[in-house]
Design a protein around this ligand. Structure first.
Ligand SMILES: Cc1cc2nc3c(=O)[nH]c(=O)nc-3n(C[C@H](O)[C@H](O)[C@H](O)COP(=O)(O)O)c2cc1C
Length: 255
């Protein structure tokens, strides 16, 4: 028996749990409009955040907090910031196919993800030193924290998918302005960062599976397979011709 096997762990190679898991991973699907009439039981929030709590994190720092938003007026205000940002971005002509953020107000489950970047201090760095070398260590620590919060958020998304919900991971907002606007509304201390929104609920319309790259496109064995490298020009073409399709179309309908 695997020494790490406490009796609650799956047996190595047992496909049954893997197949269950893959059913959830495959069916974790984004929707951007929810059934506004549905009410998420409190227990589901707790179950979803229980998954978030067990996520791995750099130095086991667990640099996250989650605010469950229950007040419809607060949801509407949050949606308003995103819609305003969406309108502002439209004036910047970034040519990014922006979704309709009005759907945020309809999310039965809305959780604000908070990061505590002060934990950079928990990582190796030089004391009282503003050298480039130390900046590199500090930047790396920031990236570790960001990945840690993403790992926790992803666990929450999978738990929501396991409960049968569709999800929506939202980051798109001019950080500084959004932080200033949302901080007092949610009484978030200045030291912390409002990072993402997690939405979930039953979809308003039938959800669809988006295009995913094939295993052979992304898996390399032993060394990076140069045939799988996309040149800058190819990437530019992809962004121009394909990006909008992969974001908003059913994978089965992409040519
Ligand atoms: C880190 C991250 C940031 C995202 N930010 C946004 C966002 O700001 N707005 C949005 O509409 N979708 C956002 N998404 C959702 C993606 O658009 C979506 O996951 C992607 O199109 C693939 O679709 P799927 O989730 O159905 O597989 C984000 C997803 C991730 C993981």
């Amino acid at each position: 028996m695997n020494p790490a096997n406490t009796g609650t762990q799956p047996v190595i190679g047992d496909r049954r749990l893997y197949d269950h898991f893959m059913n959830i991973a495959r069916n974790r699907i984004t929707t951007r409009q929810f059934d506004p009439e549905y009410e998420v039981p409190k227990e589901h929030f707790e179950m979803i955040l229980e998954a978030a709590r067990h996520a791995p994190s750099g130095a086991n720092s667990q640099p996250w907090h989650y605010i469950v938003i229950r007040d419809p007026e607060v949801k509407q205000e949050i949606a308003n910031y995103f819609v305003a940002e969406q309108r502002f971005r439209a004036t910047l002509k970034m040519k990014f196919p922006t979704p309709n953020y009005a759907g945020l107000a309809t999310a039965p489950g809305l959780i604000v993800v908070i990061a505590d970047f002060r934990y950079v201090k928990a990582f190796p760095m030089l004391k009282d030193d503003d050298s480039d070398l130390n900046k590199m260590y500090i930047e790396n620590a920031g990236r570790i924290l960001l990945q840690s919060v993403a790992a926790s958020t992803m666990s929450a998304h999978l738990a929501a998918a396991a409960l049968g919900y569709n999800v929506w991971w939202v980051t798109a907002i001019g950080q500084q302005k959004a932080q200033e606007a949302m901080r007092p509304l949610l009484q978030v201390p200045d030291e912390l960062s409002i990072l993402d929104l997690m939405c979930f609920g039953p979809p308003l319309k039938e959800p669809y599976k988006r295009w995913k790259k094939e295993p052979e496109e992304i898996i390399h064995w032993d060394v990076f397979d140069q045939k799988k490298f996309m040149t800058d020009d190819e990437l530019d073409v992809w962004i121009k011709k394909k990006r909008h399709k992969v974001m908003y179309k059913d994978a089965a309908k992409i040519d």
